[in-house]
Design a protein around this ligand. Structure first.
Ligand SMILES: Cc1cc2nc3c(=O)[nH]c(=O)nc-3n(C[C@H](O)[C@H](O)[C@H](O)COP(=O)(O)O)c2cc1C
Length: 318
């Protein structure tokens, strides 16, 4: 493995804070030189219930955007040459270089600073209306603000279907751990679960799937949070192609950093776009070609602890 320049290593370490579904952190790196890495994704090491790899490409786009903003905090600029070449279970996503900024690059991106504090907040938000300037920024990034009650109905339908589906419960079980120090995946604290909710989740893990009547009870929490929301965003993409999803992941990250930078919070609730039964209805509601993410936004009532990450060394492949 080539030795990585210390500043580039610092950029890569900060890029580990990127968001990913279930906090699975599916990015893998191979050092090519002191300032260049290959970005990879392993299909075997992620989500069995991500059939079109939507969440994987979104996470990889969000990873690269997080890295790009980190590079700018260090007086660097990054560049990616996308490849998307598959060999077996491995996907070579692209090659990333991180070089010193020059005068021609202009000032650093204004989102570079706020990106350090990006996080998901799954608590209740207050009822402050979405500021017009924030709504305009989100629209500019390809989000559509939709009626919360309409999306809550679709999430209820998708959630009941998902809890009856073994693949969904298997994914959740694989990535949810009681140990608060787990470096990847979700914890009950991170998911903001009460003790009763965590106990109920473990019952579902043991059962493998749930009957419709019980599934409705499990769905109720996200549905309630959505109904109470002052804002729900749907992010659209032109298609499910790897390049379009990767670009959508970059816009998703910029959306969440923009929200956090304005002192607001965000909470993705992907289930309605994960299910083929409800995704077309989300598309129709938002008027987008392909809906790739749904998330509620609001003014937070309390802060949440930071989620864990793998150390950079565990992401680097020989
Ligand atoms: C593509 C994508 C889909 C996600 N879907 C959900 C979701 O359905 N429900 C949820 O609670 N969090 C969801 N998340 C948030 C992740 O769980 C979260 O980013 C991760 O646990 C890391 O935590 P952090 O965002 O606080 O850094 C999603 C994140 C991404 C990037």
């Amino acid at each position: 493995m080539s030795a990585i320049d210390p500043t580039v290593a610092a950029v890569l370490a900060e890029a580990q804070r990127a968001p990913s579904a279930h906090n699975a952190q599916p990015w893998r790196l191979v050092a090519l030189g002191d300032d260049t890495v290959e970005l990879h994704y392993d299909h075997l090491d992620y989500l069995p219930f991500d059939p079109d790899d939507r969440d994987a490409y979104l996470a990889l786009g969000a990873y690269y955007e997080t890295l790009s903003l980190a590079a700018q905090r260090h007086g660097r600029r990054s560049h990616i040459s996308l490849r998307f070449t598959r060999s077996g279970s491995d996907l070579h996503v692209g090659d990333i270089s991180v070089r010193p900024a020059t005068a021609a690059d202009g000032p650093a991106d204004p989102l570079a600073g706020p990106a350090t504090d990006r996080h998901t907040n799954r608590l209740r938000y207050d009822r402050s209306p979405v500021p017009a300037a924030l709504a305009a920024d989100l629209t500019g990034l390809g989000n559509v603000l939709v009626e919360p009650r309409a999306i809550a109905r679709l999430v209820a339908q998708a959630s009941v279907l998902s809890w009856q589906d073994r693949r969904f419960v298997t994914d959740l079980r694989r990535w949810t751990h009681a140990d608060p120090a787990t470096p990847a995946g979700m914890t009950p604290e991170g998911l903001a679960l009460t003790r009763t909710e965590w106990a109920a989740l473990r019952v579902a893990f043991r059962a493998g799937h749930l009957p419709a009547s019980v599934a409705r009870a499990y769905a109720s929490r996200d549905v309630r949070l959505l109904r109470q929301s002052v804002g729900v965003c749907v992010l659209g993409a032109p298609s499910l192609s790897p390049a379009d999803l990767f670009d959508a992941g970059r816009r998703l990250l910029r959306s969440w950093v923009t929200i956090g930078g304005a002192g607001w919070a965000s909470h993705p609730i992907s289930i309605a776009v994960d299910r083929p039964e409800t995704a077309p209805q989300v598309a129709a509601l938002a008027g987008v070609a392909v809906p790739v993410a749904v998330y509620r936004i609001g003014h937070p009532t309390a802060s949440v602890p930071r989620s864990n990450r793998r150390p950079l060394q565990e992401t680097l492949r020989a």
